[in-house]
Design a protein around this ligand. Structure first.
Ligand SMILES: NC(=O)c1ccc[n+]([C@@H]2O[C@H](COP(=O)([O-])OP(=O)(O)OC[C@H]3O[C@@H](n4cnc5c(N)ncnc54)[C@H](OP(=O)(O)O)[C@@H]3O)[C@@H](O)[C@H]2O)c1
Length: 357
């Protein structure tokens, strides 16, 4: 149980958000907001040493973080690594500013009675805008326009005479599209809401379809419905967490079910997609295009065939970056969760360590 606060022994919350990338670094106004939300009896300890915010968050804590967490009850940082947890015998709750938690579910984390919350949903609005931009890029043939522009070539044929084009389905609108979103959670819902508002028919896939159809979707299915939905999909967006159950959820067999007009988007994690099979399908013109933000190996190696494919739009794992608006959402969640924690109420975004997200 958390220790009763006294003037001599304040309850300690460690804030470890001084990210190496400035876009992900807690800004001064964020620090001020946290200080203003600190009740009597609590002490905030800000780590100034740098932390890594990429992917599931840091796996090598700074020496300063290791020293700061010794008597802490609460930790707020990017991820949580084995050495940090080991150095924190009194820790009761860790809030990660990353959404992915796969690398956080190491044996000691599973054994410890520690509340772990993540940033599920926080990146959703930003990522949905990236997804929308990437899909429109292919639906309206902007990939081909850009290639022609680079050659100073005025050529309407790919749009006006699609049968003479090497790219299928060059000029489409969203109302003629079926969008399949694998992972109808925080990100998937924001994707579904935007595409539905623009006239597309959106179907979501969630692990527990019995919980209902989230806003933004015409229908929802469980993992067993994926094959059927792929056959009719114009767009498939992968937005599920990386777990054992989602490993290569889009494998070679499933990619082959997609029609040639289909656009594949992966903003989740590289492990959810068979990258080699996708490259083969794109190289053979068996898909319209792919929007890829995440990869098996990051940074994507310079000799990866993906770089050279004209029907791929690569973003370097930046689909969720939004320096201006991220901290509003993230701190809303943390401050509200901190209040819940102090009142002994259930926390929002509590990670199910068995389900893996
Ligand atoms: N590229 C980036 O920069 C970036 C940024 C943030 C997040 N991400 C990745 O995106 C993932 C999702 O983030 P989020 O905020 O949307 O998380 P979330 O709110 O937890 O949503 C997860 C969704 O996936 C569904 N799901 C779980 N297991 C599934 C399975 N086996 N088959 C189909 N659907 C399954 C869940 O189903 P239920 O609704 O039934 O639980 C839920 O709808 C994160 O885990 C992270 O890896 C990437």
């Amino acid at each position: 149980m958390p220790q009763e606060p006294t003037a001599a022994t304040p309850r300690v919350a460690v804030i470890d958000l001084n990210a190496t990338s400035s876009a992900s670094r807690l800004p001064p106004e964020g620090e001020a907001r946290l200080r203003a939300a600190t009740p009597e009896g609590w002490q905030l300890r800000f780590v100034r040493g740098l932390t890594v915010s990429d992917g599931d968050g840091q796996d090598r804590p700074s020496d300063e973080a290791l020293a700061a967490i010794g008597d802490a009850e609460v930790y707020f940082g990017y991820g949580m690594s084995p050495p940090l947890l080991e150095a924190a015998p009194r820790l009761r709750w860790a809030q990660s500013a990353s959404a992915g938690v796969r690398r956080l579910l190491f044996p000691a984390m599973l054994e410890r009675d520690l509340l772990l919350t993540n940033a599920a949903g926080i990146y959703g609005p930003t990522m949905a805008e990236t997804v929308l931009a990437g899909v429109m890029y292919f639906l309206r043939g902007l990939d081909v326009a850009l290639a022609r522009q680079r050659e100073a070539r005025w050529d309407k044929d790919p749009w006006q005479d699609p049968q003479r084009s090497d790219r299928p389905a060059m000029a489409r609108e969203l109302p003629e599209c079926r969008v399949l979103v694998i992972g109808a959670g925080g990100i998937g819902r924001e994707v579904g809401q935007r595409f539905s508002a623009l006239g597309a028919h959106c179907v979501g896939v969630r692990r527990r379809p019995e919980l209902g159809v989230p806003e933004g979707f015409a229908a929802v299915t469980g993992p067993e419905g994926v094959d059927r939905e792929l056959e009719a999909a114009d767009v498939v967006v992968v937005a599920a967490p990386s777990t054992q159950a989602t490993e290569r959820v889009l494998d070679a067999r499933r990619l082959a079910l997609l029609p040639p007009r289909a656009i594949v988007v992966n903003v989740a994690r590289g492990a959810l997609l068979d990258e080699g099979a996708l490259v083969a399908a794109l190289s053979a013109g068996r898909l319209r295009g792919a929007v890829l933000d995440v990869f098996d190996e990051e940074p994507l190696p310079p000799d990866s065939p993906i770089w050279g494919l004209p029907n791929v739009l690569v973003t370097p794992h930046v689909s969720g970056i939004s320096p201006a608006l991220f901290w509003h959402r993230m701190l809303d969640l943390f401050v509200a969760n901190w209040e819940r924690y102090r009142r002994g109420e259930p926390l929002v975004n509590l990670v199910d360590k068995v389900a893996g997200y």
